[in-house]
Design a protein around this ligand. Structure first.
Ligand SMILES: [Zn+2]
Length: 450
């Protein structure tokens, strides 16, 4: 294979003079920012020169009818091109290695007279000012921090980054994550054994209270050390600023799960029952005591008494798990607790507990336990999704800024696809970040040997 050599020269002052370590380090950091793009530009120009020689013959010695590895964009022929010189203006690309500037060489098609730059054609860069990999790098940073910060961090490593570029990267990447919320796309998740629903309020749109970001997450496995086991999850549905019923389109074609976890919101339960009428529903153990406290507030129960009931319910649920009560034993304990609340005439709380009764101990059903044993048993709550939600809120709350609904949806799409290793994300990033296959080595000239 032909070898390309790039020379690097530096004007280094002598040691013992004013040269400090910080200056040397500053020089090295400046090279980190400029060298990769400079090397890439030089390599591209060399590749381009070789290509033109091959396709048109050597300079001053044109050869007719030579075959080319590209087709003319005008007429499609794949041979007989002539040199048309180099463009005077440098072409700039923003890449993940910095801004690359090259002088493009043109060729002319002898059959249709079209003039074009074959380098752009062969590298699939026609019309591009920013590479897809840079888009992914900027967007990935922007899922962790504000756009301004993402741009600044990228810039500090020599990447063309700014708040605007980071913002644009997220907006451009989100639509490429084909298959998020679309099970019909080949390779998209086809379902999960446990599906958890939850929503969170976010500062977006014109309404003062913001909009809901609603998420359906599938639990597909559990791994890691024994006491710190983490669920592996898959993103199944995402809506922003839409009612829960709008998510049905994203979920309808999924394989029905073994179990669904809901927080008690009626619209979510309705969605789950509409989609999968035969799938058992688990009421989240974390949300239920919280909802009880709100119901007792509505019932105007004394605050201290209401807090005690809430703690009692939490303890009851913990005891059910700790003492491995059967479904019947757990229900008996629950009914006794409910009676202690309704005996005081608390209507809203009584309704809440009665409404949740059939769903609280779904996780204790033996057939479900058996089916979900490989996941470490059925989920007792939406904790897995709560953690995801907290991370989303931490990103979207930065600076107290208000999002547009589209902007928020784009960010959540990218962030969730990345957090859950959605196949659409994995496929895209693997194609844009392949392992390097071009060998290179850095030579130190040995003067003594000369
Ligand atoms: Zn042509």
């Amino acid at each position: 294979m032909p070898v390309t050599t790039l020379a690097l020269t530096a004007e280094l002052p002598e040691l013992g003079g004013s040269l400090s370590w910080s200056q040397l380090e500053a020089w090295a950091v400046a090279m980190r920012e400029e060298l990769p793009a400079a090397a890439l530009a030089a390599a591209l120009e060399e590749l381009q020169d070789r290509l033109i020689d091959r396709v048109c013959g050597r300079k001053w010695l044109p050869v007719r009818e030579l075959p080319a590895p590209f087709g003319c964009p005008g007429c499609g022929v794949m041979s007989d091109f002539e040199r048309k010189g180099k463009r005077t203006r440098l072409r700039k690309f923003s890449t993940a290695a910095g801004v690359v500037e090259i002088r493009l060489a043109n060729v002319g098609c002898r059959s249709c007279r079209r003039v074009f730059a074959p380098l752009l054609l062969l590298l699939d860069l026609s019309g591009k000012r920013r590479t897809d990999r840079l888009m992914v790098e900027l967007a990935e940073l922007a899922t962790q921090m504000s756009f301004a910060r993402a741009g600044a961090v990228a810039a500090s490593f020599g990447l063309p980054g700014s708040a605007g570029r980071a913002h644009a990267a997220v907006a451009d990447l989100a639509p490429l994550l084909d298959g998020v919320g679309r099970p019909d796309v080949p390779g998209a998740p086809a379902g999960a054994q446990v599906v958890i629903f939850d929503g969170t309020g976010m500062r977006a749109g014109r309404r003062r209270l913001g909009v809901n970001g609603n998420i359906a997450l599938g639990v597909t496995g559990r791994g890691g050390p024994r006491r710190r086991r983490r669920a592996t999850t898959t993103l199944l549905g995402l809506t922003v600023g839409q009612p829960w019923s709008a998510m049905a389109d994203q979920l309808r074609d999924l394989r029905p799960p073994a179990m669904v976890v809901v927080d008690g919101e009626l619209a979510i339960t309705t969605l789950a029952q509409t989609l999968w009428p035969d799938v058992p529903i688990q009421r989240c153990w974390w949300h239920l005591p919280r909802a009880l406290r709100w119901a007792l507030y509505a019932d105007k129960a004394p605050a201290a008494w209401a807090n005690t009931r809430r703690t009692e319910l939490t303890d009851l649920l913990h005891r059910v798990a700790r003492e491995r009560l059967t479904h019947a034993q757990a229900l008996a304990a629950y009914d006794a607790f409910t009676a202690s609340v309704t005996a005081e005439g608390h209507h809203a709380a009584g309704e809440l507990l009665a409404g949740a009764r059939d769903q609280v101990f779904t996780c204790l059903r033996p057939e479900l336990r058996a089916r979900l044993a490989h996941l470490g048993g059925p989920e007792l709550g939406s904790g897995v999704l709560e953690r995801v939600m907290r991370e989303l809120n931490a990103r979207t709350d930065i600076g107290g800024s208000r999002w547009s609904i589209e902007g928020l949806r784009d960010l959540l799409t990218v962030k969730l696809a990345q957090m859950t290793d959605h196949p659409a994300w994995t496929t895209l990033t693997q194609s844009l970040r392949p392992p390097n296959a071009i060998a290179f080595n850095i030579k130190t000239l040995n003067f003594n040997a000369a």
